[in-house]
Design a protein. Structure first.
Length: 349
């Protein structure tokens, strides 16, 4: 068996538990050796390797020689500082999304990773659904011709998160666009194979945010505490000329949720993707044809696959599927969309 990779987890809340610790504990070649923050002792007891420790400081965890890589699961505004410390300590890093709350911090993270000779990747797990991988393969094989339009939707009818720090723009960097749009943008840009934006425009809205309801997925909320948007809509024009439309919401008066949904249009065919499969629409000389691809998937499928990719990248010395520069492009677009919404005019990159 390939050598074990010693893992440290920083920020031991719910994301660290269900997305990282539960999966890393069962992946071959992963060894959870150190925990810091939140419910660190609880995670150590449940999923730590023999001899794993709870650390009293970040410095203690990063100073351990048995920790090769670090998973960062802290609030958004701390991602950059903790990642930079880990990279400078020579640790490979998988940072939970968003990479950072501003492009300048993300750029420093990329630069530091490259200078330190270690890998930095971000928790954009949607790429790792088998159906997303299969569609990506068909796109790169040329079945769809030249791609010129994508629509990325992460829309909830009524799913405002009422726990944690989601309502705090300083900590989170924004509302639904930062929370959900991060995934939508990464997946759409990866499927388009285009991470070079030219300009963008957007609008953000409180929507139903001032009218709390027990029908919300996580119960009613305090409107006075809500300092971020509950819906955001934008358009990004890439340097290639391709157009990417993005719709995100925690609360929107629509008939049903449309989460993790991607539409792609090319000169030869188009596709509609969601976890579990996709449909392809084509025009033959005498008829229109729609075909489907369905693959069995559940939420942890993609989480486990990204973690396995990260471990393999560290072992093999190859870049992970989600590269730091691609994640930087996502942060730049997010920053541009928020700026456009504030200034009510397009933003040129």
């Amino acid at each position: 068996m390939d050598r074990e990779i010693g893992i440290g987890i920083v920020g031991c809340g719910s994301i660290a538990r269900w997305k990282y610790a539960e999966n890393l504990a069962v992946l071959p070649g992963a060894s959870l050796r150190a925990f810091f923050g939140g419910r660190a002792e609880e995670l150590r007891k449940a999923w730590g390797a023999p001899g794993a420790v709870t650390c009293g400081s970040l410095e203690e965890l990063l100073g351990r020689s048995d920790v090769d890589a670090v998973c960062i699961c802290t609030p958004n505004d701390s991602h950059a500082a903790i990642t930079l410390a880990a990279l400078r300590a020579g640790k490979h890093v998988l940072c939970e999304k968003p990479m950072a709350v501003d492009a300048a911090s993300a750029e420093e993270m990329v630069r530091t990773a490259e200078e330190s000779g270690v890998f930095l990747t971000v928790g954009h797990q949607a790429r790792f659904y088998p159906s997303a991988q299969a569609l990506h393969g068909e796109l790169r094989a040329g079945r769809f011709g030249a791609l010129y339009f994508a629509r990325a939707s992460m829309v909830r009818r009524m799913g405002i998160p009422t726990w944690g720090r989601f309502f705090d723009p300083v900590v989170q960097g924004g509302g639904c666009l930062m929370d959900l749009g991060t995934h939508a943008l990464d997946l759409a840009m990866w499927l388009l194979d285009d991470f070079e934006p030219a300009y963008c425009s957007a609008g953000t809205f409180r929507g139903p945010g001032d009218m709390p309801t027990a029908a919300n997925r996580w119960g009613p909320w305090d409107p006075a505490a809500l300092k971020v948007e509950t819906s955001a809509f934008g358009q990004v024009v890439m340097k290639s000329g391709a157009v990417l439309s993005i719709d995100t919401s925690w609360a929107l008066h629509v008939p049903e949720d449309r989460e993790d949904a991607i539409t792609l249009c090319g000169t030869a065919a188009g596709a509609e993707w969601a976890p579990g499969g996709y449909t392809v629409s084509e025009a033959l000389p005498d008829r229109l044809v729609t075909t489907s691809c369905r693959l069995p998937e559940e939420e942890q499928t993609a989480n486990r696959a990204q973690l396995a990719d990260f471990l393999d990248a560290v072992r093999q010395g190859r870049p992970p599927l989600v590269t730091a520069r691609q994640s930087l492009a996502v942060v730049r677009v997010l920053e541009g969309l928020y700026r456009s919404a504030r200034e009510r005019q397009p933003v040129v990159f």
